[in-house]
Design a protein around this ligand. Structure first.
Ligand code: ATP
Length: 229
């Protein structure tokens, strides 16, 4: 039987219920043997100039990803939080990340990269994006406000040619697209950070529905997102 591995990368600032649901959903649909949660290094796009968009320290994002991983109850799936990206000296392109993981897992493993629709509809702006399919499948979760109908024609063509059911992704090693139109979680890390900044007085309240309780406690303990610096 082919080994089936999923990689879910993100800034995870913080790791929230949208991330948890997406990861659990694809892990179950693909019967993943391994799920790799891959917090990004300090991304230059986000770390630049504006204080509002400043990304939290990698140590905090890693800790919150680990707390998120502990929430995932997936008996079939080994969950690994990988530090490769945050230990890297400079940010890497996704295509290079996937090439490296392909090398690690070997040529005969089914490798899937999990992303939200907001990322997928602008995939054609990514460095050497068509090569992503040489290394992995892409699993795309619906996200409110980001319709696949808005994807540019080159992406629409890929959807038409590569979309396949979950079981096909486990049989082949790379090159397919799995669409999950069931997810509809209007949660984003940007929104969560803004809410925390705006409502310091509610910091003593119970965890908001968008965050697992241990991550909310971590945010409070370390006073994350409370100042605009
Ligand atoms: P931000 O609001 O800062 O952009 P985010 O909530 O999108 O953050 P990221 O860590 O950037 O969180 O996302 C990691 C991955 O998870 C991306 O592929 C993103 O599309 C996906 N994702 C995040 N939240 C959702 C959601 N609510 N529904 C579907 N996909 C999501």
């Amino acid at each position: 039987m082919t080994l089936c591995v999923g990689i879910f990368g993100g800034t995870f600032d913080p790791f929230h219920h949208g991330h948890l649901t997406l990861a659990a959903d694809f892990a179950k649909r693909l019967h993943l043997n391994q799920l790799i949660l891959l917090p990004a290094g300090q991304p230059w796009q986000k770390a630049h100039n504006t204080t509002l968009n400043q990304v939290s320290a990698a140590s905090h994002r890693l800790a919150m990803t680990r707390l998120g991983a502990a929430q995932l109850k997936l008996p079939e799936t080994e969950i690994i939080v990988a530090t490769d990206e945050i230990e890297r000296a400079s940010p890497s392109y996704t295509v290079d990340t996937l090439a490296a993981w392909r090398k690690k897992v070997g040529a005969h493993t089914s490798l899937s990269f999990l992303i939200g629709a907001d990322q997928f509809i602008r995939l054609d702006s990514w460095h050497q994006w068509p090569r992503l399919f040489d290394y992995a499948h892409l699993c795309v979760a619906a996200r409110p406000g980001f319709s696949l109908a808005a994807a540019p024609p080159v992406i629409a063509t890929e959807i038409a040619q590569r979309t396949a059911p979950a079981h096909a992704l486990c049989l082949l090693t790379h090159g397919l697209i799995l669409l999950d139109s069931e997810l509809a979680l209007d949660i984003s890390a940007t929104q969560i950070r803004a809410q925390i900044r705006a409502s310091r007085s509610t910091l003593n309240a119970a965890a908001p529905p968008s965050l697992p309780a241990p991550i909310w406690h971590y945010i409070r303990q370390h006073q994350l997102y409370q100042s605009t610096l």
